[in-house]
Design a protein around this ligand. Structure first.
Ligand SMILES: CC(C)=CCC/C(C)=C/CC/C(C)=C/CC/C(C)=C/COC[C@H](O)COP(=O)(O)O
Ligand SMILES: CC(C)=CCC/C(C)=C/CC/C(C)=C/CC/C(C)=C/COP(=O)(O)OP(=O)(O)O
Ligand SMILES: [Mg+2]
Length: 276
């Protein structure tokens, strides 16, 4: 067993980004940085939840990942499957303990979000569109989590809408990329049920709607953040163009990675705008 697998399986880049988005939700909701304890708890509850979600996801995706992602810790034998399951449950348990220290609604949302991640990995992922909406809903819940922690929603609602929309687009395009492995496991994802071309149209539609919605929270990103949204929206439209032009695995990979870069840049833009 490789010790570094305990970090790798959590996909730390996603978890840190998610933790920052949770903090961003608090900042955008009240217009200033929250107190250190609240900020730390929000960051940790989201990060631990994302880490537990990614770990339990790899536990249930073992057969698919042997085809699609053989280099991941479980298919390559760097960690035992049962160890991964108990590790994910431990991450969730610590996250819930910390969520309880924030306030009741933050604890309840953490319970719902953690349960949704487990259910997604266990049963919902193979369902056409349902799985995509659950993952995107979880990413949308992330800025809302930070807002609940400071007991004010404010502009975090706009951020949640953009997070949801762009991640629906990205999840559908990721399913187009993973068609081969998903077919092998009998998953009924959108590109398998509707065909890759129709799925590409749905993914591109959500990408375009994200661009439209990205002007809603411009109040949160006005000034420096506003101008930084232009390249973000350009990247999102480019990803839509790519997947409409071709639905082969390599193009789908490029399109979904382009969306991931746009998410990172958008989060940085809003963070700078909210703190400047
Ligand atoms: C206009 C615009 C794009 C606004 C940004 C909206 C926003 C705040 C997005 C952040 C969403 C979020 C909470 C991201 C956290 C990290 C993340 C990408 C989570 C979703 O991961 C699921 C995915 O299937 C994991 O796959 P992979 O990234 O390939 O490991
Ligand atoms: C709101 C709170 C408290 C936590 C939210 C935590 C976050 C940011 C969740 C976002 C969604 C996410 C990263 C869930 C983790 C598990 C997951 C859905 C991974 C995606 O797995 P697959 O759909 O199998 O795709 P892969 O091919 O990348 O494995
Ligand atoms: Mg997976």
């Amino acid at each position: 067993m490789e010790l570094k697998a305990f970090i790798e399986i959590t996909r730390p880049h996603n978890c840190v980004l998610a933790g920052i988005v949770g903090l961003l939700g608090s900042i955008v909701a009240v217009g200033h940085f929250p107190d250190t304890l609240t900020a730390s708890l929000v960051f940790l509850v989201v990060t631990l939840g994302c880490a537990g979600g990614n770990t339990v996801n790899d536990y249930f995706d073992y057969e698919i990942d042997k085809i699609n992602r053989p280099d991941r810790p479980l298919p390559r034998g760097a960690m035992g499957r049962k160890v991964a399951l108990y590790y994910s449950l431990s991450l969730f348990a610590v996250g819930l303990l910390l969520a309880y220290l924030i306030n009741l609604q933050a604890f309840i949302l953490a319970v719902v979000a953690y349960a949704a991640m487990f259910l997604y990995a266990w049963k919902l992922k193979p369902l056409p569109l349902v799985g995509n909406l659950v993952v995107a809903g979880l990413t949308g819940a992330t800025p809302l989590y930070g807002a609940l922690a400071v007991e004010h929603i404010g502009l975090a609602g706009y951020l949640a809408l953009c997070a949801f929309l762009v991640n629906v687009a990205r999840e559908i395009i990721k399913d187009i990329e993973d068609v081969e492995g998903d077919i092998a496991k009998g998953a009924r994802t959108l590109p398998i049920v509707w065909g890759k071309k129709k799925a590409a149209y749905v993914g591109a539609l959500f990408a375009v709607v994200t661009v439209i919605a990205s002007f809603l929270p411009v109040k949160a990103g006005v000034g420096l953040g506003y101008y930084a949204m232009v390249p973000v929206d350009a990247l999102i439209l480019y990803a839509a163009f790519l997947i409409l032009r071709s639905q082969d695995r390599e193009t789908a990979h490029r399109a979904q990675k382009t969306l991931k870069v746009s998410i990172f840049l958008a989060v940085m833009a809003f963070l700078i705008a909210a703190l400047v």
